[in-house]
Design a protein around this ligand. Structure first.
Ligand code: ZN
Length: 354
């Protein structure tokens, strides 16, 4: 078996890869300062914040945050207030990035898919059609390089309510995806708390309309002129549930195989920081389905996706706060913060053979 090394270890100096400190006898002053800053941010990640964020978003008062309803907008306003308080800036002049989805006014199933791509929208608009207004929420932490981006994203919408359902009618979506939102928001706060400007510009995205067909991320990636400057995408969709009750630390860590460093980071950080996580590490090629990462894959952008795999309460009204595994979520938030730090600061994610 070939011994591989991460090229970033030779070139980068701002990341915190544990193997560098292990293999390099003299750690430069600059590198030491970067590690200290990273760990300063890491130390701010806490369980009470996860409980506060998920407790609000998955409360009955939020009525399941369905895209196109006022509740998804309220979720967005809440996130904006949190970003503002943390000092995370509006992205391209605004925290809110509105867009619209269109579908045929038809009862035939093929016509009922919501379209956001400008070409598809133009086609739908030729006939009778329906329109739904949506809003992505973004915050930005500018990096040393304004022409290289890393995105950290989670969808904030869920399934809303079913007024005809007998019994509980609210799809709270605690795991799907208030849990993922809590990770992305805490990472933004922790990066600010580190006190260090990242190498790449970091954008935090709280997508709308994922449950109706990954609409927010599709619209953004199809229309944003700078999309080819995005170097990596960190996705969260269901980060707090238990798929294997007999093994609570289990979760799926899915990543693009063209960025092998992503597969190494998780192993190194679990060991270095004593995280109680048991990831199923899954390199993939062109994973288009499942969540918002698919729209980044369309543009050749490598990703990591934190996902706790399917649970008995997936897309059920029972996806409630009481089933969140807080210990695991805390360590997932820490591990993913370290991923985000590396995505923003390591020179490259490629692996070369010796
Ligand atoms: Zn989801």
């Amino acid at each position: 078996m070939k011994k591989s090394i991460i090229l970033a270890l030779l070139l980068g100096f701002s990341g915190v890869s544990s193997s560098l400190s292990a293999k390099t006898p003299k750690v430069s002053k600059e590198r030491k300062a970067a590690i200290e800053a990273c760990e300063r941010g890491l130390s701010t990640i806490n369980r009470a914040s996860s409980e506060a964020i998920i407790g609000f978003l998955a409360s009955d008062a939020m009525q399941g945050r369905e895209a196109g309803t006022n509740y998804s907008l309220v979720a967005g306003e809440y996130l904006i207030s949190q970003l503002r308080e943390a000092g995370v800036e509006p992205f391209e002049g605004s925290y809110k990035h509105p867009f619209a989805a269109y579908q045929q006014a038809s009862f035939r199933r093929p016509g009922r898919v919501w379209q956001v791509h400008p070409d598809s929208v133009a086609k739908v608009q030729e006939g009778p059609h329906r329109r739904m207004d949506l809003v992505n929420v973004f915050g930005v932490i500018p990096g040393e390089r304004s022409d290289e981006y890393v995105f950290v994203g989670a969808h904030r919408d869920h399934w809303g309510i079913d007024p005809l359902k007998v019994g509980d009618q609210i799809y709270n979506g605690a795991d799907d995806n208030a849990s993922g939102v809590s990770c992305a928001l805490q990472i933004a706060r922790a990066i600010k708390a580190s006190g260090r400007k990242p190498l790449r510009t970091m954008v935090f995205a709280f997508w709308d309309g994922e449950e109706k067909g990954t609409l927010g991320s599709e619209w953004f990636t199809a229309t944003w002129p700078e999309i080819n400057k995005v170097k990596a995408y960190l996705n969260f969709d269901m980060a707090g549930g238990n798929n294997q009750p007999e093994n609570p630390p289990y979760f799926a860590y899915i990543y693009s195989q063209e960025a092998p460093a992503f597969g190494e980071w998780i192993k190194e950080d679990i060991e270095k920081y004593g995280l109680k996580l048991d990831p199923s590490i899954r390199p993939t090629e062109n994973l288009l389905g499942g969540s918002d990462q698919g729209n980044f894959v369309q543009h050749g952008i490598p990703f990591i996706w934190y996902h706790t795999d399917w649970t008995p309460y997936y897309h059920q009204v029972t996806d409630e706060v009481q089933y969140i595994n807080w210990d695991k979520l805390l360590d997932i938030t820490k591990a993913s913060y370290l991923n985000a730090w590396n995505m923003a600061n390591e020179e490259t994610y490629q692996t070369v053979s010796e």
